[in-house]
Design a protein around this ligand. Structure first.
Ligand code: PMP
Length: 361
């Protein structure tokens, strides 16, 4: 058989590993591995999907106007600067495809989200990893890693899997210090969990070299519907609309997203519960001798003595039917990322970790 080689860089990509959703032979599983909304989707989103199901023989709209208008209205943004994608993953990939190729460099942080490197390699560009002391994005280190070949700089704020974030002044300093041909991509997948934070939207409006990406997969509870969006200067929106699939989002996905963002009461309740339970969980784990950095997102990064202890705890939790996320792939082998679940799940995982730390294995 002749193996036809793919483009250079493709075989350097390790396929993205999603969080596990089950454990063989264990029932009553609680899944805290993918930062999903433990309260599910908004009832209004479910109803909206039911209303459009009879139209599944029709192609969906290509311009996503109703969803863009809803996002614009609720978040006070300009719908003309919004582009919607199949999860924010698609927007991240489109940015790589449109703005970089062989010879170009794409900067991501040491503990940054895996898709940045995958997107860069898929576009034939060179990913450049910047170290992060203390698991926090380091603007000076990023600026010193920039060269005239840098085209994209990805940071998630708050970051996954660390949960840490940097302030607006730091982000502005980063955007202002980038080389001329480089663009800053602010990945705001977890921005909604930070009270009063616009994810970088005002900076997008103020500058030509900043793009923000957002998702419906986390706070809005629509991970399975695959809807994300980007907020960008008009010239970037124009470019991304030239290359994205014309019918990238299905009718049910669009309907669910529009209803979700308009259900502000549900969203508020989920946000408030996340904040309350995140504090509770972090304190409960600390009381069991498991520290975590202050998280600004819907998960915490629980730190263990060493990779062996983290792996043993992961196995113990699995045997108890609790699935969390090992983050060895993110160079954090001594940590486990735990999604903030509902109250019962938080109590269950904290109790199990307490038993593990007390020597039960
Ligand atoms: N960015 C970050 C930082 C994420 O954690 C995720 C989801 N794990 C995404 C982007 C992509 O999310 P989605 O494609 O579901 O919008």
């Amino acid at each position: 058989m002749t193996v036809i080689a793919p483009q250079p860089g493709i075989l350097e990509i390790s396929p993205y590993q999603g969080g596990k959703s089950g454990v063989a032979g264990v029932s009553n599983v609680v899944k805290l591995s993918s930062n999903e909304n433990p309260f599910g989707p908004s009832p209004a989103a479910q109803e909206a999907v039911r209303r459009v199901l009879h139209e599944m023989h029709r192609y969906p709209p290509t311009d996503h106007a109703a969803l863009r208008d809803a996002i614009g209205e609720v978040l006070d943004l300009d719908p003309a600067r919004i582009v919607c994608g199949v999860g924010s993953d698609e927007i991240l990939h489109l940015l790589c495809q449109a703005y970089c190729g062989p010879g170009d460099e794409v900067i991501h942080t040491e503990h940054g989200f895996a898709i940045y490197r995958i997107g860069a390699l898929a576009a034939g560009a060179t990913p450049v990893e910047v170290p992060e002391a203390e698991r926090v994005t380091d603007v000076d280190a990023i600026l010193s890693a920039c060269t005239e070949r840098t085209r994209l700089v990805f940071i998630a704020n708050p970051n996954n899997p660390t949960g840490t974030m940097i302030g607006t002044a730091e982000i502005e300093r980063l955007a202002a210090g980038l080389p001329e041909r480089a663009m800053l991509v602010l990945d705001g997948a977890y921005a909604e969990f930070v009270e009063g934070y616009d994810g970088g939207a005002a900076l997008v409006e103020a500058r030509d070299n900043v793009v923000m990406t957002r998702t419906f997969s986390k706070l809005y509870g629509l991970g399975g519907m695959r809807v994300g969006w980007g907020y960008a200067p008009a010239h970037v929106i124009d470019v991304l609309n030239r290359i994205r699939g014309p019918f990238n989002l299905s009718g049910p996905a669009l309907a669910a997203a529009e209803a979700s963002i308009r259900d502000t009461e549900f969203v508020e309740r989920c946000r408030a519960e996340n904040t309350r339970l995140r504090t509770w969980l972090a304190e409960a784990l600390m009381a069991h001798g498991v520290p975590s950095d202050t998280s600004c997102a819907n998960f915490i990064l629980a730190r263990f003595h060493d990779p062996e202890e983290a792996a043993a705890c992961d196995s113990f939790l699995q045997s108890e039917g609790i699935i969390v996320r090992g983050v060895g792939g993110y160079k954090l082998p001594a940590a486990l990322r735990i999604t903030v679940g509902d109250e019962a799940s938080c109590r269950r995982v904290a109790h199990a970790i307490g038993r593990f730390k007390a020597g039960e294995r």
